[in-house]
Design a protein around this ligand. Sequence first.
Ligand SMILES: Cc1cc2nc3c(=O)[nH]c(=O)nc-3n(C[C@H](O)[C@H](O)[C@H](O)COP(=O)(O)OP(=O)(O)OC[C@H]3O[C@@H](n4cnc5c(N)ncnc54)[C@H](O)[C@@H]3O)c2cc1C
Length: 454
Amino acid sequence: MKQIQSDIIIIGAGLTGLTLAYYLKKKGKSVTLLEKNHSAGGVIQTLKVGDFVYECGPNTGVLGNPELVQLFDDLQADCKLVTANPTAKRRFILKNAKWQALPSGPISAISTNLFTFSDKLRVFGEPFRKAGTNPYESVADLVKRRLGKSILDYAVNPFVSGVYAGNPEKLITKFALPKLYNLEQTYGSFIRGTMKKAKEPKSELEKRATKEVFSADGGLQNLIHALTKSISDRNILLNTKDIKVSKSDSGFKTSFLHENNFVEISSAKVITTIGAYALPEVLDFIPKAEFESISNLEYAKIIQVSLGYKTWKGVELQAFGGLIPAVENRSILGVLFPSSLFAGRAPQGGALLSVFMGGVLNPQLFDMSDEEVKALVLKEIAYLMQTSETPDMLKIFRYKNAIPQYTISSETRFAKISELEQKYEGLILAGNIRNGIGMADRVKQAVEIANSIA
Ligand SMILES: Cc1cc2nc3c(=O)[nH]c(=O)nc-3n(C[C@H](O)[C@H](O)[C@H](O)COP(=O)(O)OP(=O)(O)OC[C@H]3O[C@@H](n4cnc5c(N)ncnc54)[C@H](O)[C@@H]3O)c2cc1C
């Protein structure tokens, strides 16, 4: 048996674990990162087939906070931040089986036929409507109360589907969209709050968190490569099997199988970044019953299909992509146009599309065979994108536990996480089981934990 000493063990080498390890190492801590897969990055993986460069997991992120801007600054020698072509500001929403542009300003908001006339009038009254008093109000109820049903159906439902692959009736605003919740609670209105916040003084880094759509030059995998290079291979153990953490007098002992060796590492701290469903087995010194309110976390199941066309003949693609409201009853959630956003994703004159299916509202689609998925996607794309071309590349990726749903169970989950962290000093339960699901949220959480430890 091999015995090692490390200040901190991090379990899971996705974006959260890697960012944590990167900053902890920078602060002089000895860190060992344990990953069960043969490569780091978690759901972030970029692949290349011929001239197509495509993402298997997240396609893009939002440059939503200063921590993310700082991370790209820190890694700039090995990885370049790219923001999307300005056409990304155009987004399509499907209504009556036709794409319509989502309004981008007051004039297009008045002329659009996505929303009813009475809901457009209601928007003008939003700053004067009373703030809600129910902290557990769903996203759907909040939007109906402040803005109207057609805005829920044709703006918020497709947005929630694009971010959470979730159900706005079940997601609780306070947990799933805390910024929106705080706008109403702090300023009394989304519109007044947004205007007031825009006038608040900002640091240089905050100004650079422009909310633009971003990737890394050459694909998000390059962000992962830059992180793994800085952390160093020595500190990242891939293909680790059977990880079990136990308590010791000085902290924790973590044992696992690695390259046919049984390894045991002593550390003062253990930080998990893995899914809620995987925690009971890894942290088996904690009674299973303690995890009930954590591991009952529901995840959206997602199928992503990447389609590559050497020449594109179909709907003009100068946009971010198209999202499909649930009321339209289609078999796909939406389609992104990555080759319109970033250079070098498809051959000249060609196109790369990324189609999403499933989610909380259509979990049964996840069980379809690859042949069935392919047939369904090609049928939907032929109709919605007006193309009769057969793609030159088609790849299917499945995520059984893609996106955690911040529903009513979130409060007890967050409370239990805090309780366990207090009870077992040195244990930190991180990852997207709390603090948000987007890549910017993942980086922010990692930075905050690294700062708190240092
Ligand atoms: C299909 C899809 C599309 C998405 N689209 C977007 C998007 O457009 N924009 C955006 O901002 N975000 C998006 N997200 C969300 C975002 O990608 C994730 O929230 C984020 O990358 C998660 O990072 P993580 O490190 O917390 O978790 P993960 O990436 O899940 O990493 C966890 C790691 O832990 C490892 N692990 C698990 N169990 C064990 C174990 N027992 N022992 C050892 N290791 C273990 C896993 O192998 C994995 O490498 C998307 C996610 C998916 C799945």
